[in-house]
Design a protein around this ligand. Sequence first.
Ligand code: ADP
Length: 629
Amino acid sequence: MREIVQLSAEDYHSVFNKSEATKLLLAIDAPLYTILDANCAYLNATNSTREALVGKSVFGAFPANPTDEESKNIERTIFSFEEAIRTKKPHTMHNYRYDIPIRDSNEFEERYWTTTNTPVLNEDGSVKFLIHSPTNVTEIYKLAEREKLAMEALRNQRKQLYAIFMQAPVGIGIFKGPEYIVDLINPPLEKIYGRSFDEMKGLRVFDALPSARGHGFEELLENVRLTGEPFYGNGLPIPLLRDGVPETVYVDFVYEPFRDDDGTIIGVICVATEITDKIEGQQRLEASEAQFRFMAESMPQQVWTADVNGALDYVNERTQDYFGKTAEHIIGAGWQEFIHPDDLQACLKNWAQALETKQLYQVEFRLRRLDGQYRWYLARALPFKIDDAVVMWLGTNTDIEEHKKIEQQKDEFISIASHELKTPLTSLKAYLQLMDRSVNNAESPGVFVSKSLQQLKRLEKLIADLLDVSKISAGKMTYNMDLLNMNELIGEVVQNVQLANTSHRLIVEGNPTVMLHGDHYRLEQVLTNFLTNAVKYSPDADEVIIRSEVQDDSIVVSVQDFGIGIERDNLGKLFERFYRVDNTAMKYEGLGLGLYVSAEILARHNGTFWIKSEFGKGSTFYFKLPLNV
Ligand code: ADP
């Protein structure tokens, strides 16, 4: 058995001094708490010597740091001493600050302590002194403080992120787990979905948005969560029920994997911006563009647009058909290739001027058709302006060939009419002068009177034709419809024309007796015109045949001559106003009005007409009238 060593007071003293724990023995002489002894560990920890401490009040030896007003160490220490004395049990103060003076200076060193004040009791149980044993916890304290600060910073960062999340101008949502439970959605996403976070919180996202189910979004989410690959959707339509109204909402969005701290994917983050307005704007634009195209394509004219610099950028199909070229070709070449060389300069000049002044462009030119023929066109374009800036030019080319021709015919007509009117007038004047002379010379003026009358009749006929044309133009031609006998009408006309024309024999064939409803005078006019033409345009022949026969419920009347005939190309135009076949116009008198007036009269009788002719051999003019009496 080991011998038990008896320890002396010396030994205890050395245990006291060698102890690693700091120890200070204090007298119970409040408020001084005089230092009775301090061990080496304590002296080291407090940068002090035993001589400087022993016999002094602990508060005198360790005055409070005047710059540290918050710690209230003295009060706390006194409280701890009192507690230990009162309870007769050790009392511990944790992590409190009690700075120690730096030796030979007025400065203090920041220190943190955990201190136990242990009462040492007398045999009678009263407190003899206190063992004041502080442990320097400065390092631990500071470490803990740093950690606390780091945690605080983290918390702040989280708060900031949350604020950014909530205030972001784009929609953000977090859907967690394989069921995509709505974990968080910010106000813009609430707005896009038309549902609040409170309504959606904790639900599977597609349970919260049932109308969006089954459009492929589930698969996209799943793919992002399983592969970690983000998905970018541009302008995808999502059917949603917003405020109870079904709507298609267009969004640009990203599905990003949502990871926890160790990188494991625990859901999907959705970032979305609604672009419905933009898409709808685009759709409206497309619709109005389609409308414009439709309008442009449905117009009978060539329609085109040019950019602000005047470069052609669109032509309608009609234009392409006319030139027999593709839109690309025409746009690339511009009009120049197709404009008649004689008209090009004026056209270019006008266009340049219009571009410069931003005013109406208008010019007439000839455009070469697919078959090489030139036709007259009126080109017009107006600048389309927004805020006074030209955005584009919209132009049309209108075919004015017919108009031009009529203009030309009108000019010719006026010259013919004045010539035609002048001829009988000159003759009349001459006969009257002769009459005047013969009266004075007592010669018989009879022959001059009848010749004068003939010329007067001619004049009368010309003026009557002119009047008829102007009546037709004004829609004022009146008709006296009555029951009439066609057989009689033909007989009368033939007789009259025959009387005035001895050069030809007028032969009547058929001529059944039929009654029809019509204007006697006007139908006479038609037949007279056919007959006089037949005589006039067959100067070398001596016969004209008039046939009439009943066909079904109509009567067909034809007038055949053996004269100059009409070229096939001209056949269709004879009934036009002012039209006269070129090569005969100067040779034969007439205004080119008779057939035009006839056509009008026949039309008003629901009749039709046509011509058969062989150039150089003769013509047959037909008309057909219904007999529905
Ligand atoms: P015009 O007073 O010139 O005869 P119309 O209107 O009666 O006027 O006839 C128009 C044109 O049709 C004539 O100028 C002529 O060129 C042609 N034409 C009319 N009838 C005949 C015919 N029987 N034979 C040949 N040409 C004709």
